[in-house]
Design a protein around this ligand. Structure first.
Ligand code: 3EB
Length: 300
């Protein structure tokens, strides 16, 4: 997805892991793991699937992608999904009578069910964004321990969205707090201008950005309530902001900077999963045992 703003060009996420890492993969799937955490990326081109009467190719591609990932996690012994990044082309385009994001949701939920993962129970932090082109791409971080899953008191749980948003609800939680030796990782899911289950401030990108940040603040408050310790603060997270219309960059950035100060923020152009959403923001933070000790905050 195109980067916006001063760091036009390329950026990469680089995850550094302690200890020896091993790798594997084939056929559009690659992964790496170190005994605590596994990171995998799978790409699947829906156009390469053989045609099946009455089936929607993206829906089937999503179902297959998730089944393959779940099998990998089970085989390698990293059963707990912590964070999932979903990217698909033409996310708001209707095909075969169903918007592609909604097809994606059907496929994802079917795979959860097929693989014995309860839809209303455990769901990782996630995001789902639209690219201009390219195959379905799903990246996951998974571990050997269950993360603490967080919801947002201002929002309906995604798995409880009413069917006006599609025949099958999305499967994700608003945030996940995962524990590694000496470190906790907080993943805040893609967050948008939704209160309850409704899109707020249709057509007003600045107001949508403010509502989104209010949602992130509410999730952060939940994290601090549920997992006491050195508190997470808005200015200490690192953010990625997905903006539907590149021309909205200045308006979005002004709101974000007002709230998060000097925090690290990336801006990219992407389509958001509801056609009335103009912006979506995700965030991450780490807190180490050393930071907590230095601050005199004891953690069990
Ligand atoms: C929302 O709150 C906005 O389908 O995995 C955010 C995070 C959103 C994850 C997903 C969708 C997803 O419903 C969209």
């Amino acid at each position: 997805m195109p980067l916006l703003g001063s760091d036009k060009g390329m950026v990469s996420d680089v995850w550094l892991a302690g200890g020896a890492c091993r790798s594997g993969g084939q056929n559009g799937l690659s992964y790496r793991y170190n005994g605590h955490v596994l990171f995998a990326v799978l790409t699947l081109d829906e156009h390469l699937l053989t045609a099946l009467a009455g089936s929607l190719p993206l829906q089937r591609a999503t179902e297959q992608a998730y089944e393959r990932l779940f099998r990998l996690l089970d085989e390698q012994g990293y059963p707990y999904l912590w964070r999932v990044w979903n990217y698909l082309a033409d996310i708001n385009v209707e095909e075969g009578g169903l918007e592609r994001y909604r097809q994606f949701n059907v496929g994802r939920q079917l795979a959860y069910e097929k693989c014995g993962r309860a839809v209303g129970g455990y769901a990782s932090a996630a995001c789902a964004l639209g690219t201009a082109a390219g195959p379905l791409t799903v990246a996951v971080m998974a571990g050997k321990t269950a993360p603490v899953l967080l919801e947002n008191p201002r929002q309906v749980r995604a798995c409880d969205y009413p069917s006006v948003y599609g025949p099958r609800s999305p499967v994700f939680s608003r945030a996940a707090l995962a524990k590694l030796p000496g470190q906790e990782l907080l993943f805040i899911s893609g967050t948008a201008s939704i209160v309850g289950h409704r899109t707020m401030h249709v057509g007003d990108v600045a107001a949508q950005t403010r509502e989104t940040l209010a949602n992130i603040a509410a999730v952060l408050q939940e994290a601090n309530r549920v997992a006491p310790g050195l508190p997470f603060t808005l200015s200490q997270l690192s953010y990625r902001t997905y903006i539907r219309h590149a021309a909205d960059l200045d308006a979005v950035r002004a709101e974000v900077q007002r709230q998060v100060g000097g925090a690290q923020v990336q801006y990219v152009q992407a389509d958001v999963c509801r056609s009335d959403l103009l912006v979506e923001i995700e965030a991450m933070a780490s807190r180490t045992a050393e930071q907590q000790d230095a601050a005199g905050v004891g953690v069990a």
